[in-house]
Design a protein around this ligand. Structure first.
Ligand SMILES: C[S@@+](CC[C@H](N)C(=O)[O-])C[C@H]1O[C@@H](n2cnc3c(N)ncnc32)[C@H](O)[C@@H]1O
Length: 162
């Protein structure tokens, strides 16, 4: 059966407008910033213990606005540690926006970015088929509620949270 909903992924400007309206009419951004300040530090408190690198996976990285704030917290907690930040993002426009934002952000020297232009389910299928399943210190999927991610659940068999 085909879905009656049209995917926002097929219309970038509609997506951006929907997301803008959503942020304007909700406390989402404020909640996220509170989460980053109050809860995130304890969540990331063990992901980098005695490690020289930390692997982070962002599912639906968007334009990186929140992603970069998360990365800043990880950097503060683990100064000098190399962070491999993989971003799954199907929209080419959002990837461009993310790259531009990252280029304007200071102190990202220890962070290696890899962008995957695909959906989470495409990423999952591809990495499984290649036998390329990486271990992640931290996986996040922030503010994906305006996207139709529902039928593309990302299943990870190995999540290294310690
Ligand atoms: C609101 S943005 C995320 C914001 C972002 N994490 C940040 O740091 O600001 C949600 C993103 O999820 C992406 N997305 C939608 N469907 C997806 C899917 N099936 N797999 C991965 N990403 C998806 C959208 O293209 C959009 O850029």
């Amino acid at each position: 059966m085909t879905s009656p909903m049209r995917s926002l992924l097929s219309d970038h400007s509609r997506y951006v407008e929907s997301f803008r309206l959503f942020l304007e009419n909700s406390t989402e951004h404020q909640c996220m910033l509170e989460f980053i300040e109050k809860k995130l530090p304890s969540i990331i408190s063990s992901i980098g213990n005695e490690k020289s690198t930390i692997n982070i996976l962002s599912v639906g990285g968007g334009a990186g606005e929140i992603d970069l704030q998360i990365l800043a917290k990880v950097q503060v907690k683990y100064p000098g540690v190399i962070i491999h930040n993989d971003v799954i993002e199907p929209s080419a426009e959002q990837i461009t926006n993310y790259k531009e934002r990252a280029a304007k952000t200071s102190n990202l020297e220890n962070i290696k970015f890899t962008w995957h232009k695909e959906t989470s389910s495409e990423y999952e299928s591809r990495t499984k088929a290649n036998g390329d399943m990486k271990k992640w210190g931290f996986i996040h999927m922030i503010q994906n509620n305006t996207s139709y991610i529902g039928r593309s659940r990302l299943r990870f068999t190995k999540v290294n949270a310690r």
